[in-house]
Ligand binder design. Structure first.
Ligand code: TRP
Length: 332
């Protein structure tokens, strides 16, 4: 059986990059796999969070998943902190993983920055919790972007070391699931930077709760270059804004950049932007409307997360028991 686990941080300011790069791909997985989608609030607190914002952002991510078409009946959607097995297994993995392994994690180095002394211990141990997320359910596949590949490698190292230290064949070797043309959405103001929730300019991103007026305006104002659009992706060199906008179009249209170049090559940006705005409003409008509706109904969203957590606990319980026995923890 194939089981997918995926986690997303409740960061707030969800945008088109989160949608095209992650959430929308999950919708496509639900028919072929047994999927567990987790809002990783425990990972979020590895850096300082305001409590009310963490709660609101957890609901926002859950609402975005549901609004995008992830079916909460068919899949499990829950927030991490409701299933205590994540923390329990993470502790065991803190004792399996080596300091040296974690010191090589590039995400820690980036997030801790220069002032490593002042980073939380949780930020350092972050990848162990991520390994626990995945292995608590013996997930076999994890959809990941480039930036998470190293963490997935570490998950495999931990699984292997646990199996060999305790002489068991308990954990599967998890495989990354890379999406064919996973879209890396860049800032509308700078084609060389990733679209980001922390960019000070709101015009740099299309938000998941923006209305159609805002979507159209942001696309109209997006940075371009003075040349007509390229007729082939080969001409994207040195034209990151053209590459980004045409990539977004292709992704929203479920088409390829080759097709988009063939159709719009030679046109002016202004014409193309009109088409892109219409397409974005048509594709995102219904998702955004549903998302706003769900955010106005927190009781429903909380119910989905509570129900998902209960189902997740059921899957985790016998696996955690098996792990505890392997370690030698005495239990009734
Ligand atoms: N580290 C992931 C990220 O920042 C989030 C995450 C936490 C995750 N646990 C996971 C992703 C388990 C996949 C599987 O994007």
């Amino acid at each position: 059986m194939k089981r997918i686990f995926s986690g997303v941080q409740p960061t707030g300011n969800l945008h088109l990059g989160n949608y095209l790069g992650a959430i929308r791909n999950w919708v496509r997985l639900q028919d072929d796999y047994d999927c567990i989608f987790c809002v990783v609030d425990m990972h979020a607190i590895t850096v300082r969070q305001k409590p009310e914002e963490l709660t609101a952002n957890t609901r926002e991510v859950a609402a975005a998943m549901i609004a995008s078409g992830v079916d909460p009946k068919k899949n499990i959607i829950f927030n991490q902190s409701q299933v205590s097995g994540h923390a329990e297994l993470a502790w065991i993995f803190n004792c399996v993983a080596r300091l040296g392994w974690l010191s090589r994690m590039t995400q820690f180095k980036e997030k801790a920055g220069k002032d490593k002394e002042n980073a939380s211990v949780g930020l350092f141990a972050y990848p162990n919790l991520m390994a626990a997320d995945i292995l608590l359910y013996k997930a076999t596949h994890v959809p990941v972007g480039e930036d998470q590949k190293q963490h997935l490698e570490l998950t495999r190292d931990i699984a292997q070391k646990f199996n060999s230290d305790f002489g068991v064949d308990l954990f599967p070797m998890v495989e990354p699931l890379i999406f064919g043309a996973a879209t890396r959405v860049m800032s509308l103001k700078n084609g060389a930077a990733k679209m980001s929730k922390s960019d000070p300019s709101d015009n740099s991103r299309i938000g998941m709760t923006d209305d159609s007026g805002a979507i159209a305006r942001k696309i109209r104002k997006a940075k371009t270059d003075p040349h007509p659009l390229p007729a082939s992706p080969k001409e994207f060199d040195g034209r990151p804004e053209a590459a980004n906008l045409m990539g977004i179009y292709a992704s929203l249209a479920d088409s390829t950049v080759e097709d988009v170049c063939a159709r719009f090559g030679g046109e002016q940006f202004s014409t193309f932007k009109q088409h892109l705005a219409d397409l974005a409003v048509a594709k995102l409008g219904p998702v955004q409307e549903e998302m706003r509706r769900l955010m106005g109904d927190p009781a429903y969203v909380d119910g989905v997360l509570g129900d998902g957590a209960a189902r997740a606990r059921e899957i985790a319980r016998p696996i955690l028991k098996e792990i505890q026995e392997a370690v030698g923890f005495l239990g009734a």
